[in-house]
Design a protein around this ligand. Structure first.
Ligand SMILES: *Cc1c(COP(=O)(O)O)cnc(C)c1O
Length: 216
């Protein structure tokens, strides 16, 4: 199976209204380009430098979403390159992203990353902290919150992830009302190669797929 075939299969399989993000970490720009030419509209990058290299090859043929752990010293570069940052996991990071966007006259859509499994080694906000975080970041003029993202715990079977996806969906729905100014709960980004079908069943409208597109 080529990258082109894999993308075609996945796109055929995805229900309407579900966005595919091709998770491109450690892939060559030519591989990412092949995925884009096969119909991928959004590329997800974990590293700013890798994204710059892929961007040099692909440019505006795709949208660029940051899906890795964003360090403060990379924010300045990241806000120039990316169309969305899916991994906002603290108020200070949100403030820095906003500050850097204001400097260049940009408003960047972001997702809040939720540590839905409560895993101590993982980044992401605690579910119960989200309402307070939303209030704090809704006043920032350089960002717009557009939803939630999670990396589910790695478990024995894909099915075992289902309760976490259900919890994310409940949180997402609860946060829709009352709506805060500058906050729109539109994207629920969850599900990867082994779990995306289950994530979609439980309400994901954005899935991030690497291995099933590019191989392992
Ligand atoms: C690597 C990665 C993915 C894709 O994982 P696969 O199992 O290869 O599909 C999705 N989201 C994030 C944040 C990733 O780092």
């Amino acid at each position: 199976m080529t990258i082109r075939d894999n993308v075609a299969d996945i796109l055929r399989d995805l229900p309407e209204g579900v966005e595919l993000v091709a998770a491109a970490k450690k892939r060559k720009p030519e591989e990412v380009l092949e995925a884009v030419e096969a119909g991928v509209r959004i590329v997800g990058e974990n590293y700013v430098q890798e994204a710059e290299e892929a961007y040099a090859c692909i440019g505006r043929k795709a949208e660029w979403h940051f899906i890795g752990h964003l360090q403060k010293n990379k924010v300045r570069k990241a806000v120039r390159l990316f169309d969305m940052i899916q991994t906002v996991d603290s108020v200070p990071l949100a403030r820095e992203i906003s500050r850097r966007c204001v400097q260049i006259g940009k408003v960047i859509p972001v997702l809040l990353e939720v540590n839905i499994g409560g895993e101590p080694q993982k980044s992401g906000l605690k579910p119960e902290s989200i309402p307070g975080v939303l209030r704090e970041v809704s006043v920032l003029t350089g960002i717009r919150v557009k939803g939630l993202m999670t990396i589910e715990p790695r478990l024995e079977t894909p099915e075992a992830a289902r309760p976490y996806f259900i919890r994310m969906r409940e949180l997402f729905e609860r946060l829709k009302e009352p709506a805060l100014p500058g906050v729109e709960m539109r994207f629920l980004s969850m599900g990867m190669t082994s779990t995306y079908r289950i994530a979609i069943e439980e309400g994901a409208n954005m899935v991030r797929i690497g291995t099933r597109i590019f191989g392992s």
